[in-house]
Design a protein around this ligand. Structure first.
Ligand SMILES: Nc1ncnc2c1ncn2[C@@H]1O[C@H](COP(=O)(O)OP(=O)(O)O)[C@@H](O)[C@H]1O
Ligand SMILES: [Mg+2]
Length: 248
């Protein structure tokens, strides 16, 4: 079963074509990494899949159904959730409240219902469980903005998975992290995406080759290679694009 399918997807901003005919299948349960130089269009591709920007042409399917004309929240309801390259938590809300917000949204509640839902124990229990999954129990009541950088990213991942989506898109989740923070983040990502389909943009080649079942290389808006790590590593086109950076 294919979780996400792209069929000749194209995206232009003004006269410039940024995504130039991407066709890709992401199998259900797969850990799929997208790599490529800066400006290749990786984030744009995520914006197209998650519905943030409309595609110029082509098709995007989630579990076999077209999603390319759907607004982001509908795509989210259909089971696809993404994080952003830039940290997007609520800095003034506590860690627990951040998680509770993410859970509420994923269930489609509106702001005005918050007070009525405040005592809803199911919601609190779910937020508490998520807090424990993230190993952030001892941070429960402090504002998200006061967490360390790595903890903020962990919280963000928690908010991304809160709705129980089966397909998770993470855009450079280890950007700006030290080695030990990266190890911590990757252990967390492995744990919380168990049994889900993970599509991840990542720049750290060690992380990519440790994690990925499949690697897709995007260069200048086109897929130049896609396959198991060994195949991609051996690809001449990839080696040329990366000038030997994969040979460490
Ligand atoms: N909203 C936008 N409007 C115009 N150009 C954009 C927009 N978003 C991205 N781009 C351009 O698309 C190209 C690819 O960007 P991006 O997808 O962020 O690359 P990557 O994530 O691979 O580094 C860049 O040249 C960028 O300037
Ligand atoms: Mg990017």
């Amino acid at each position: 079963m294919t979780a996400v399918s792209l069929r000749d997807v194209r995206k232009s901003f003004g006269p410039t074509e940024i995504i130039r005919g991407v066709t890709l299948d992401i199998a259900e349960g797969e850990r799929h990494c997208i790599i490529g130089p800066n400006g290749a269009g990786k984030t744009t591709l995520f914006n197209l899949i998650s519905g943030r920007f409309p595609i110029t042409s082509g098709e995007v399917l989630l579990n076999g159904a077209r999603i390319d004309a759907m607004p982001p929240h509908m795509i989210n309801r259909a089971g696809l959730s993404r994080s952003f390259q830039i940290t997007s938590i609520f800095p003034r809300l506590s860690v627990f409240e951040n998680l509770r917000c993410a859970l509420l949204w994923s269930r489609g509640y509106k702001y005005s219902f918050w007070s009525a839902l405040w005592r809803q124990t199911a919601l609190n229990d779910a937020a508490q469980a998520l807090l424990e999954d993230l190993n952030l129990e001892n941070r429960r009541d402090i504002p998200g903005g006061l967490l360390s950088y790595a903890e903020q990213r962990a919280l963000e991942i928690g908010m991304t998975i809160a709705g129980g989506a089966s397909v998770i898109l993470l855009d450079e989740p280890t950007a700006g992290m030290s080695h030990s923070e990266t190890d911590y983040a990757m252990a967390l990502i492995r744990r919380v995406t168990q049994g889900k389909t993970l599509l991840m943009v990542e720049h750290d080649m060690k992380v990519v080759f440790d994690l990925a079942d499949t690697i897709t290389v995007l260069v200048y808006g086109q897929v130049i290679a896609s396959g198991p790590p060994e195949t991609v590593r051996a690809s001449k086109a990839v080696q040329e694009a990366y000038l030997g950076a994969l040979e460490e």
